[in-house]
Design a protein around this ligand. Structure first.
Ligand code: UDP
Length: 409
């Protein structure tokens, strides 16, 4: 079955037909994505699926990652942190490393392309080659919340961004005042990936058993990196309040990388807060545990994401897609997904979270209503084919604008 047709049973034939007809207008167009890594991280994950889907429509979609040495990636990591609001010292030497590595990657632009899409800040300076390489349309896809970006770093990079024809952000509040058009394009999940595909009851049960979770008692889960901004200790405190009234379990599932000393520290704090409670299961999972996370989410009675700050919160999208009632912190992209009392609950405090857990445990009908609405909301807004459709509309619009500009010239 053709790539896009696999989604017919999920979003319906009319929507797929619409995407295909939009795709016809872009057939043969050369669309070149450039980011900084082929694996690991959300950007690579989405490009791995988006590029083949574009190709299946006859678009000549290609994807390259820029190459750089350790020094370059130290600089880009610092830029990444600064974009997220961390104060950093950005020296002219570091700027030179960024520019030089981009110059060394100039050959990536040798093949002609109609539309060049640069992802995130690392390959930004490539835009300076746009005239030389005769590439007509350039877009910058930013996957980061720029609202609190360090002004020195942003100030140093901004002139690159303004050489693009347009910029794309996940949410309106993540954008910046810019002299080029800005578009809002939230991310999406792939319903057919291992993380989100349907599983049998048996598969779910086996995973739950393998992790030593008592199958006789319901459990609540939060899946997150062990990061203070995800407030895992706050989740335990809320759970303690619930435990006084209900015989339930809590699962805190997440990963901690060996190169992230903070993650190890937070995991330790979480273990201390859990105090060997047999009803609290702390799972330190490897990064490849997609099916396990899928099964754990599907087996849960309630899914929590008690973040204190959040980018988009794709884990909330994943939970809602599984038809689960979600209680999320009222921050970042969680607010875009969870409509309070319609597609889930928003809670800002430990007490509020505990209250909503109790309300859902006592009222399975309410859980079903929220879970059902959640799934449909994700189906309509945050699945990969809708993301592709939004891209197609944007690319078409850019082409028309390009024609107008040529005509005016
Ligand atoms: N995730 C994972 N293993 C973990 C923790 C998280 O695979 O141990 C996944 C989770 O399923 C989601 C992503 O990592 O796909 C987290 O994205 P999100 O936007 O929720 O948060 P971020 O970690 O980017 O702040």
């Amino acid at each position: 079955m053709k790539d896009l047709d696999r989604y017919v049973t999920i979003i319906g034939k009319p929507e797929i037909d619409e995407i295909k007809s939009l795709g016809k207008y872009l057939k043969g167009r050369r669309v070149h994505h450039i980011n900084s890594t082929k694996s690991g991280g959300g950007v690579a994950e989405i490009l791995q699926r988006l590029v083949p889907l574009m190709e299946s429509l006859g678009i000549k979609a290609t994807w390259d990652a820029i190459e750089g040495n350790a020094e370059f990636f130290d600089v880009t990591k610092m830029i990444h942190n600064a974009m997220h609001g961390q104060e950093v010292d950005f020296s002219p030497e570091q700027m030179e490393i960024l520019e030089q590595t981009n110059r060394q990657n100039e050959k990536l632009l040798d093949e002609p392309a109609d539309i060049t899409i640069i992802h995130d800040p690392q390959p930004l300076p490539l835009v300076t080659f746009r005239r030389e390489k005769k590439r007509p349309i350039w877009l910058w896809r930013c996957h980061i919340d720029l609202s609190e970006a360090d002004y020195r770093v942003w100030g140093a990079l901004r002139h690159y961004v303004e050489q693009f024809d347009g910029s794309l952000f996940h949410l309106p509040e993540y954008s910046k005042g810019l002299g080029i058009p800005q578009y809002i394009l939230p991310p999406a999940i792939d319903p057919l990936s291992e993380k989100n595909m349907e599983l049998t009851l048996e598969e779910v049960q086996t995973t739950v058993d393998n992790f030593g979770i008592d199958p006789e008692k319901p459990y609540i889960i939060q899946v997150s990196r062990f990061d203070r901004l995800k407030d895992p200790v706050g989740v335990i405190e809320a759970f303690r309040m619930v435990q006084e009234w209900h015989d339930v379990q809590l699962v805190l599932a997440g990963g901690s990388a060996s190169d992230d000393p903070e993650g190890v520290k937070v995991l330790q704090e979480v273990r201390e807060a859990a105090d060997n409670d047999p009803d609290i299961h702390i799972l330190d999972l490897p990064p490849t545990s997609h099916i396990e996370i899928n099964a754990l989410q599907r087996g849960a009675r309630i899914i929590i994401q008690k973040s204190l700050r959040e980018g988009f919160g794709l884990v909330v999208t994943e939970a809602m897609w599984k038809g689960k009632p979600v209680i999320g912190g009222a921050v970042g992209g969680i607010k875009t997904q969870v409509i309070h009392n319609v597609t889930g609950f928003l809670a800002s405090t430990i007490e509020g979270t505990a209250y909503r857990i109790r309300q859902l445990l006592a009222n399975p009908g309410l859980s079903d209503r929220l879970g059902h609405a959640a799934k449909e909301y994700i189906r309509s807004n945050f699945l990969l084919p809708s993301y592709l459709k939004n891209w197609l509309l944007l690319l078409l619009q850019q082409e028309h604008m390009g024609e107008r500009i040529t005509f005016l010239d």
